[in-house]
Write a protein that binds this ligand. Structure first.
Ligand code: UTP
Length: 406
């Protein structure tokens, strides 16, 4: 992975509103942890800078960010305010996705905007827009022509994304995959899509099946639902590595398809089959393999014992409590933060003579969270275990302690 990073470009999808989080600003402007207060976008920029350093030769790895009407101006303002967090302004591109009309019944009547007469209600079309926007932008072809090989797609509040990138990148490169999904072990019933090998006649397709469709699919095929833990279907973290070059590469596929991934509609129904809220057509970036006419699709499953390498911050503190009660991950700010420190502590343990204290029980906005020692390793200090092995010796971090390494 470290060898291949010099040929990588980054695409962050950040057009989502984050309604579940209950935060009115843009998610990438939130702190990824509160010890240093590093913002998500800042963390990503610092990680890209550290990866560039690792690549050597003064390379500048491009970053494209997909925004929407809701996030475009504040994302640009955040970057400008902070001098692009050390990135060269010319290596960053913003692309704005449009909203689509919503419909309010089974006959697909367009929902009027209740506040403004003669206007229709519009909603985001999903992160799948990233492929058509990239196709329109001409960026992938430009990247390929400048010698770059692969694109890494990741999401807005996923602090581990760039730390777990290299093993997947190494695997994608050594197996010459056109598409590689980064996965983690999935538990039964979890709100996380599973990678499945779908077969019909002589056709086969390895792709993500969203969690709301996995249960009915398994019931109709195996007779049992989504019941096994660990699930035999690796859990999709929506970190994708797509190869730019070749017959089944990104550039050729976008040229052939315009990057239009299949759409779906997902209305929530009342008991009498009326819509609870207007619904709209949506699309998902992980459905990209459906555009392929061959090529190789694979995945990498990450498995650290101390902490699962997927801790997105998606839910409000209140809804996180309900999620935990029903046996699901909290995926909220406090749990994301605790996992962040746990991952860094686990990395630090790769050094020599390292002792790390236990977790402290705590309650954050009503949710019980076990907080490990608050360890933050800046990306420029260590990106991979090898960095720790060569740099860390004789460290004790007690329970309740804080350690920041810049
Ligand atoms: P989420 O599933 O977290 O959805 O998106 P969301 O819309 O941001 O949040 P909720 O559902 O309102 O709570 C996963 C990723 O896809 C991006 C988000 O910004 C996030 O990085 N996304 C989502 C887009 O870029 N565009 C969209 O239309 C939807």
């Amino acid at each position: 992975g470290a060898k291949e990073v010099k040929n990588l470009c980054f695409v962050l999808v950040a057009g989502g509103l984050g309604e579940r989080l209950g935060y009115s600003g843009i998610k990438v402007a939130l702190p990824s942890e509160i010890i240093t207060g590093t913002l998500y976008l800042e963390l990503y920029a610092k990680s890209i800078l550290a990866l560039q350093e690792m690549a050597g030769g003064g390379v500048k790895l491009p970053l494209a960010i997909m925004t929407s009407d809701d996030t475009d101006a504040p994302t640009l303002a955040l970057l400008e305010e902070h001098g692009y967090f050390g990135l060269d302004k010319r290596q960053v591109t913003l692309m704005k996705q449009e909203k689509v009309p919503a419909v309010f019944n089974n006959d697909a009547h367009i929902a009027p905007d209740k506040k403004t007469p003669y206007r229709v209600q519009t909603k985001p079309h999903g992160h799948g827009d990233v492929h058509s926007l990239l196709a329109q932008s001409g960026l992938p072809e430009k990247w390929l022509n400048s010698g770059l090989k692969r694109v890494f797609f990741f999401q807005d509040t996923n602090a581990f994304a760039l730390r777990t990138l290299l093993p997947s990148l190494g695997s994608a490169a050594s197996r010459s995959l056109d598409v590689c999904s980064t996965c983690v072990e999935r538990r039964a019933g979890e709100a996380m899509g599973g990678l499945c090998l779908l077969k019909k006649g002589t056709q086969e397709l390895l792709k993500n099946v969203e969690y709301n469709q996995l249960e009915p699919l398994l019931l109709s095929t195996t007779g049992q639902g989504d019941v096994d833990t660990p699930s035999p279907y690796p859990g999709n973290t929506n970190q994708l590595i797509i190869s730019l070059e070749g017959e089944h590469g990104y550039v050729s596929t976008l040229e052939r398809t315009g990057g239009r991934v299949p759409e779906f509609v997902n209305p929530k129904f009342n008991a009498n089959r009326t819509f609870k809220k207007p619904a709209r057509l949506e699309c998902m970036m992980q459905d990209y393999p459906q555009l392929l006419e061959g090529g190789s699709v694979g995945f990498v499953t990450l498995s650290r014992k101390a902490v699962r390498e997927y801790a997105p911050v998606k839910n409000s503190p209140e809804s996180a409590i309900d999620k935990v009660k029903s046996g699901l991950d909290a995926h909220c700010a406090s749990s994301g933060e605790a996992d962040f420190y746990a991952l860094h502590g686990d990395f630090l343990r790769c050094g020599r003579d390292v002792v790390i204290g236990g977790k402290e029980p705590g309650v954050y906005r009503g949710l019980s969270v076990e907080m490990p020692p608050r360890i933050v390793l800046s990306p420029s200090f260590a990106l991979i275990e090898d960095d720790i092995i060569s740099k860390v010796k004789g460290v004790t971090v007690h329970k309740g302690a804080t350690l920041i390494v810049e």
